[in-house]
Design a protein around this ligand. Structure first.
Ligand code: NAD
Ligand code: TYD
Length: 370
């Protein structure tokens, strides 16, 4: 049965995927309000939402998803009928160095949101149509061998990092609130996203920025770990479909049809950089430390570093359920997606240069010099 959302609370809407989703939703839907609720941690960036203040359907509240009373108040005051839950600690390397924040935000925080939603939507006398959509990851399924079939919705959970374990915990809580209390929920488990506004501690933006800055391109281990890459715009379409057409209580895997070893992703980005630098004198002047500025190949920056502990070898997604039930299919292929993403980082240098001055810089310098 189709669900027609009216007013959305989007948690984590100032992060990478949340930002893209807020923009997608406001552009796609002609009515209904969008309230972004975000704690603005190191990964949240209010600049991502620049320009939206002019839209009377958009508003922003800074706050923590662990604050159940605050969430309850917002759900009531803004007549929210749909939560789209992105807020999380999302970086595997950080979860290895310090798991506590992951347990707090991803498990305790998701539970606080569920309690608030139950209290306002189910326990109050006036019950109304509602949907709690939880954005999760393929990493909950663990790691595949080269010839294993891709993850499907019934693949047993086997998370290997504190990050994926905390996301697995949150998925189970969402399921339990549906089964036990009848909360209308949907979950999407997707593969590695890439695209605009991607925080530069993750592989693709880190590599682009390090190429431009002439810094080493760190490859963990042999670089033959395989990820399925999903353009964030395709992910946003999938979430919209899951929220509006998904069955309550169901889980949908979302993939990008783009299984690729990390080292190949890095080589592709290096080739894009070489192409740009060869053709563009202004680029050569703007980024004088990049190898391309003096006609050298970006790939000379590739540096193999020690592997991530517990590093999952391969992720792959079987998204046939979402295709059949929701009409989902990824529309962007990897070559085109990487090209437009590279161009976005070239056009939006101010966006990422502003981030380099924040906590990110100290963290990267501490943890990537191996
Ligand atoms: P991100 O790290 O870029 O953004 C997370 C956002 O959540 C930030 O704006 C941050 O300020 C906010 N946040 C963190 N803790 C909070 C708290 N306690 N209260 C309120 N807000 C808080 O993450 P992302 O890459 O945009 O990922 C969004 C969601 O998608 C996450 O749940 C993640 O697990 C999931 N996911 C991401 C990917 C990916 O490739 N990026 C893949 C699969 C699933
Ligand atoms: P990442 O972007 O951190 O996403 P995830 O760990 O959620 O998949 O990493 C993607 C892949 O790239 C992963 O196999 C780890 C690898 N990687 C590197 O080799 N070097 C790096 O500097 C980073 C950040 C990641």
């Amino acid at each position: 049965m189709n669900f027609e959302p009216n007013n959305l609370l989007i948690t984590g809407g100032a992060g990478f995927i949340g930002t893209n989703f807020v923009r997608h939703w406001l552009a796609r839907r002609g009515a209904g309000k969008v309230l972004v609720y975000d704690a603005l941690t190191y990964a949240g960036n209010i600049d991502n939402l620049a320009g939206l203040d002019a839209n009377s359907r958009y508003s922003f509240v800074r706050g923590d998803i662990c604050d159940e009373a605050k969430v309850r108040e917002l759900l009531t005051a803004h007549a929210i009928d749909t939560v789209v839950h992105f807020a999380a600690e999302s970086h595997v390397d950080r979860s290895i160095l310090g798991p506590d924040d992951f347990i707090r935000t991803n498990i305790v925080g998701t539970h606080a949101l569920l309690k608030a939603a139950k209290s306002v939507w189910l326990d109050a006398t006036l019950s109304r149509g509602h949907r709690f959509h939880h954005v999760s990851t393929d990493e909950v399924y663990g790691s595949l061998n080269p010839t294993d079939p891709p993850f499907h919705e019934a693949t047993p959970y086997a998370p290997n990092s504190p990050y994926s374990a905390s996301k697995a915990g949150s998925d189970h809580l969402v399921r339990a609130y549906h089964e036990t209390y009848g909360l209308n929920t949907t979950i999407t488990n997707c593969s590695n996203n890439y695209g605009p506004y991607h925080f530069p501690e993750k592989l693709i933006p880190l590599i682009i920025i390090n190429i431009l800055s002439g810094k080493p391109l760190p490859i963990y281990g042999d670089g033959l770990q395989v990820r399925d890459w999903l353009h964030v715009a395709d992910h946003c379409v999938a979430i919209e479909l899951a929220v509006t057409r998904g069955e309550s209580g169901e889980v949908y895997n979302v993939g990008g049809n783009s299984e690729t070893p990390n080292i190949e992703i890095v080589h592709r980005l290096c080739s894009l950089a070489d192409e740009h630098f060869a053709a563009d004198t202004i680029l050569r002047a703007t980024f004088p430390n990049s190898p391309g500025a003096t006609g050298r190949p970006a790939a000379e920056l590739i540096t193999h570093v020690s592997d991530r502990p517990g590093h999952d070898r391969r992720y792959a997604i079987d998204y046939r359920k979402a295709q059949l039930a929701l009409g989902y299919a990824p529309a962007r292929d990897l070559a085109a997606g990487l090209r437009t993403t590279f161009d976005w980082y070239l056009t939006n240098t101010g966006w990422w240069q502003a981030l380099l001055g924040r906590d990110y810089k100290a963290w990267v310098e501490k943890n990537y010099r191996r």
